[in-house]
Ligand binder design. Structure first.
Ligand code: HGY
Ligand code: MN
Ligand code: MN
Ligand code: MN
Length: 415
């Protein structure tokens, strides 16, 4: 195959990204395609049809990871090269987070099937389930690394309090199969994910592509401030035990808490629930869902205890109780230096500038790095925006990233 054949079909990639963005489209221009929602289920059905139309065999594992295979006729026993990402989104999120890497992977397997590159190992596209952690942080790729026990799956709830097992059941999947998803060591020769940067480093440096060196570690947990429900009209301000005032004081102090740990520490509360939820009732409880991150496990744990200490101080100032429950901590993940070198050499052979950089966003690659040599390619995000309808990357950058992905995958599948 000539070098010219070794390019993606840019128009087809654009069409698949634009079609995928219709599933869960919001009036804001963003998408709400949260895991296992009707929009996610419809996008999965569409993706299955796309693969069938391209004559590509596919399977879905017990927790919803989709795997699409380009066989290597005389090397099917060899460990496969994987590429992929996720198609679930955050509520009212962007059209490219996860979608780019998934549709670029679809384009890669389509081009390999069409051009019959003589592969020395199979190439597989993977769409991971629930990367955004609607039910559990990096659910699908975690399940490839370690099994979820049935009772753990029973306990997992979505953002609306719905049970994961009901969502899997509604999609016609056998929950027992969701406990048998781990990938045996040696199955995957290498994994490469294409993703938008979700930050402004590449754009402000005017660099074409990012070669990711490591992925941030992140923790999550529920923080409850417990006070006393009272009448909003007859209870003097000084007698109240109002959990929302304690929560407000805690949130106002976040920058000081993160700065006390490191320059790279961040902490966010993106979901807050108030009970009982009456405008004329002083609340009895405020529940905050915390997301906290840093580049080393030790500083993530130090950050977690600093956050709990700050919550205790805010609670004491308002005569409240406070309760914290950790959901998960995912270790930071260094990515494979050899694959970083390969991505860099493929990109410079195509005349593109690159820079090595850490990822402040979490990715399925951090799980994949535990079972295979793993690399990530970033393309610039306009204005550094993501997890927002404002998320945008240029079609030129999208095509550039997908072409570097294609040639990186071919290099790995022919070595
Ligand atoms: O939250 C993250 O960093 C990723 O987008 N799931
Ligand atoms: Mn995301
Ligand atoms: Mn993502
Ligand atoms: Mn991710």
């Amino acid at each position: 195959m000539s070098d010219d054949d070794l390019t993606i079909d840019g128009a087809r990639l654009r069409a698949t990204l634009e079609t995928l963005a219709t599933f869960g489209a919001e009036p804001s221009g963003g998408v709400s395609r949260t895991s296992f929602s009707p929009a996610d289920a419809a996008a999965r059905a569409w993706l299955r049809d796309q693969c069938e139309a391209s004559g590509l065999s596919q399977r879905t594992d017990g927790i919803g990871n989709i795997v699409v295979t380009v066989p290597a006729p005389d090397a099917s026993e060899q460990a496969a090269v994987w590429t992929g990402s996720h198609i679930d989104s955050v509520p009212d999120g962007g059209r490219f987070d996860g979608a780019l890497g998934s549709m670029a992977a679809l384009e890669v397997v389509r081009r390999l099937a069409e051009t019959r590159v003589p592969l020395r190992r199979p190439v597989e596209m993977v769409v991971f389930a629930d990367e955004e952690g609607c039910y559990h942080h990096l659910l699908g790729s975690t399940a490839l690394v370690r099994p979820y026990a049935a009772d753990e799956l029973e306990r997992l709830r979505g953002r609306d309090g719905d049970r994961l097992v009901d969502a899997l059941d509604a999609l016609g999947w056998d929950v027992a199969a969701a406990t048998r998803t781990t990938v045996p060591p040696g199955t995957v020769h290498a994994f490469v994910e294409l993703h938008i940067e979700q930050g402004a480093v590449l754009e402000s440096a005017g660099t074409d592509l990012g070669v990711v060196t490591s992925i941030v570690g992140m923790g999550g947990g529920a923080l409850e401030f417990i006070g006393r429900a009272d009448h909003a009209g007859t209870t003097p301000m000084r007698l109240r035990r109002d959990p929302l005032r304690g929560a407000g004081e805690f949130l106002a102090g976040l920058p000081a808490v993160t700065a006390s740990i490191s320059e790279t520490a961040v902490a966010t509360c993106g979901i807050i629930a108030v009970e009982p939820g009456g405008a004329n009732v002083v609340p009895s409880l405020a529940r905050l869902q915390l997301d906290f991150r840093d580049v080393r496990r030790s500083s993530i744990e130090a950050l977690e205890s600093a956050l709990v200490d700050a919550a205790r101080r805010a609670a004491a100032a308002h005569d409240l109780e406070v309760r914290y429950t950790r959901d998960s901590i995912t270790d930071p993940a260094p990515l494979d230096p050899r694959i970083q070198d390969l991505i860099e050499s493929v990109a410079s052979a195509q005349g593109h500038s690159t820079r090595r950089m850490p990822s402040g966003a979490g990715h399925d690659s951090q799980n994949m790095s535990r079972i295979a040599p793993t690399g990530m390619i970033f393309i610039p995000s306009t204005g550094g925006r993501s997890h927002s309808p404002a998320e945008h990357s240029s079609w030129e950058d999208i095509e550039r990233g997908a072409n570097v992905l294609l040639r990186t995958i071919v290099a790995l599948a022919t070595e």
